[in-house]
Design a protein around this ligand. Sequence first.
Ligand code: GLC
Ligand code: CA
Length: 579
Amino acid sequence: MLLFYEKIDGEKGTVMENYIDKKWWKEGVAYQIYVRSFMDSNGDGVGDLRGIIERLDYLKHLGIDIIYLNPINKSPNDDNGYDISDFRDIMDEFGTISDFEELIAESHKRNMKIIMDLVINHSSDEHPWFVESRKNKQNPYRDYYIWQPGKDNGPPNNWGSFFGGSAWEYDKTTNEYYLHIFSKKQPDFNWRNENLRRELKAIIKFWINKGVDGFRMDAINHIEKDFSFADGVVKNGEVYGDFIKYVQNLPEVHGYIKEIRKELFSSGEHTLIGETGGINYENAFIYTGSDRKELDMIFHFDMHSVGKGEKDWERKPIDLIKDIKEKMSGWQMRKEEEGWCPLFYSNHDTTRTLSRLGNDQKYWAQSAKMLATLQFTQRGTPFIYYGDEIGMTNAKDFKLEDYRDVAVFNKYKDLVDTKIVTEEKYLIGLSYTSRDNSRTPMQWDDSKNSGFTSGTSWIKTNSNYNEINVENQLEDEQSILNYYRKLIALRNEKEVLVYGNFNEINGEDKEIYSYIRELNGERVLIIVNFFGNEPTFKAPIEIDIEKARLVLSNYKLEEMRKETKEIVLKPYEARIYSL
Ligand code: GLC
Ligand code: CA
């Protein structure tokens, strides 16, 4: 089925008509909240739901339409809520069900939708199902999880988990091992069990009934495993075997997602987003194609390791064509029926956008605005990761004891304890790659703890909060925050920025990324200088740049200036023209 098509008049090459499949989740601007770090309302050092309610007006003022919350269900917090012990309740530290109902009501009152994280590849080992499952082999819940006998006095195979260590944990009660592709406190579900699936669907229904508008399905492409449990290949310098091809994107995953979509989401009011590692713009349609009836969008991992060298503690310069254009334009050039995409460069599993893709020192503001320009002028739904709108950076001067991520300490055992890597190198590596870099408290103002908490924060506040904070930027017309507001207003005003076609120009340029968006004859030209040099943009002949009208830029430009065929750009300069 073709939802969006254009009839091109072959002769003139002009767009004659457009049919657009309009959806709230395509038009809105989303904001991701790592609840633990956003706003603490009661001084216990942990962000919470009432804290978010207090800041809804801030989000509204910014121009947000959709709020995506990282997990809020009851959890012992081995992996910050990604280990759920009660799917129908709220984490004690975050509040109560009635706080959540109030958050939904207050958001809806302000015309903002709520997307919830749905963590159903695994549960916590403290979930009652798992507690039952480990009791004996006959227990009705045994088969909700994946149990195997050991081999040669060790685990069933050599798989290593994503968070370090073996993917199997021995349990002496029944003398078997259970599978956990993340931490050992996150046992994987056995999706082949129909009772399990029935219970999970009832849980989703429970949250739909509370008024949730959409879900981000965590690690959803891992829900099926290869039950032959063959050993993986051990790569150079690694301790465990690679299990990716046995636990990721297996064909049966599609059947499970379709089943959920069909039974629970046939009304079409909600949006379903999947987190899918190992998927890129060339094959994403297998989940998001309009004929598949599975997911609306997927969170990929394309931008996660841009700039990372061979090893975690090594850097490599960004190659604009290979690292950025090829990927971003790759997503843009897909056909409408292949699926919609979220526009995001960071989340809670990456480092900060600005530190990874921009320049968080000399050109802090310019590069933050340049990156935002890309994010709001490509086709897709922008997801702002909390704090990116004020240019928050990677954690500064974190010592080993300042980190909180379970993965940091597991991998320390695998790499430093075994002397594969020195502690010094490991720490440098963390400063470039650790997820904690993007989990530091939101920087609201320059008071103690950046206005995030009156108590002691669960994770250290970034030392640059005195300069980088919301309060400063709300007042400053030229701030990053106000630039985001302008971009959002522009996207709301110009449908071409949401639904328009994407055509890259000067694709071979190594420093400038430029493209045209077009819809029903309206054309917008975007030019960004990705680095700190001063390259020249040469307008292709088909663009009448002299007549172009500048609508937004991250530099103050002389009002009376006349555009010429060649424009010398300043470091990290970004311009948006109406043609
Ligand atoms: C996803 C989440 C990540 C979490 C993991 C296990 O990758 O984004 O934060 O640790 O799943 O649930
Ligand atoms: Ca709190």
